[in-house]
Design a protein around this ligand. Sequence first.
Ligand SMILES: Cc1cc2nc3c(=O)[nH]c(=O)nc-3n(C[C@H](O)[C@H](O)[C@H](O)COP(=O)(O)OP(=O)(O)OC[C@H]3O[C@@H](n4cnc5c(N)ncnc54)[C@H](O)[C@@H]3O)c2cc1C
Length: 461
Amino acid sequence: MTAIPSRLIPLISDIVGSDNLTSRIEDLHCYSYDGTARPHLPGLIVFPRNAEQISKIMKLASTHRIPVVPRGAGTGMTGGIVPVAGGIVMALTKLDAIVEIDTDNQIGIVEPGVITGEFQAAVRKKGLFYPVDPASLKYCSIGGNAAECAGGPSAVKYGVTKDYIIGLEVVLANGDIITTGARTEKSVTGYDLTRLFVGSEGTLGIITKLIVRLLPIPPHKQTFLLTSTSLRRTTQMVSEILNHNIQPCTLEYMDKTAIDAVSSFMENPPPETAQALLIVEIDGEKANVTKQAAKFISLVSDRSEFTLREATTQVEVEQIWQARRAISPSVLKLRPHKIGEDVAVPRSRIPELVEYTEKLSEELGLMILTFGHAGDGNIHVNIMLDRSNGAEVERAEEAKERLFRQAISLGGTLSGEHGIGLSKKPFMRYELNEATLELMKKIKTMFDPNHILNPGKIFPA
Ligand SMILES: Cc1cc2nc3c(=O)[nH]c(=O)nc-3n(C[C@H](O)[C@H](O)[C@H](O)COP(=O)(O)OP(=O)(O)OC[C@H]3O[C@@H](n4cnc5c(N)ncnc54)[C@H](O)[C@@H]3O)c2cc1C
């Protein structure tokens, strides 16, 4: 653990103002954890207001080799903001301006602390659409989304965060302020550093401004709930829908346990016999939506194992989404703790992945549920457990390890959207060979030679 020399505190206070830093123990505890609940205390929390203040702090941190952990809203699921080496938490909540919404060119310029859902609402007021919609959108920050390359249900049609960020302002470990990309749709001036920073989990630089692409609001949307008495037929249906030239903007899946955990949120929940369900939404121009919806209805209508219901009111649509977004917190009423993983596989392999989790559940005597963004093969696997039961913890860790191996053997990846952080770094070698990891480490060292930016993350020991 790196202690912060006491003579640095007044220097940092001069930079940000005495109201914008704290080392009170109760504050340190609040900034010691994220969704993974494995806390580590920082030495100091600072709340800078702009890139210049961050630059000055980074110069001090660099000179004195003090670890700095950038922090957005703290909703991460992999321990990305946990200050494992102590040092400074750089809380970016006060960089919270929507600087510009340029309707002529359909771009937004935004500071990292802006809450994603609030940004979506602001651009919508101007007739524009920012599609990236993580289930945490009411709480997470757009800077955290960029650092994790967050995705959401709409990724099946609209892609993920990296598809919308066209430029960045970033403060480097040595305090230099750089810009990447441009406010144009196209720019090939030099290397694509924007893509390198997106998904870099706060290890290469601190994002202080983002230029994002916006789209026109799709004028029409239809929402369907497809319930099924067969888990296998449901997971197979994902590829079938997409192979029938239907392009949904949502193709979300829940297994029976996930349904049971959230059905109380719906006035009209799926029947007891439902083994799985898909939420299917189609958006766009009305004529096209009607045509695609008709194709979808005819695809499922003569299959006895499926029941299709269309949400006919906005209230019904909202209830479906409230239920979907509540899965992550609601499952904790089933068991006190969970290991939540977000592996992704090619979508034709989803049935095999889900069947494998059923096998793990049976063999290891664990409750395991699956749900998530089936349209892009990103299945959330929640291994439920009670951490006070040592034997169960061991079995759950075994289940996680076997899940990763299986996902990779199916042509998949450790993480579709939550990132590596602390939780998945021991497993990086399952997916990447030594040469690839070495190249990544060299990039890290070039950007951050003293390894002060978010140390201890991503790379296996
Ligand atoms: C209930 C729930 C549902 C979720 N659903 C989804 C989902 O559907 N899709 C999805 O992708 N994720 C989801 N997540 C995970 C999480 O919300 C995302 O990873 C989100 O992008 C994190 O944003 P944040 O602002 O909370 O970042 P934090 O947790 O504060 O930080 C995450 C990482 O980003 C780095 N970071 C933050 N800000 C910056 C910055 N400005 N510059 C450089 N690095 C920075 C941090 O160092 C850390 O490594 C969910 C989480 C919860 C709790």
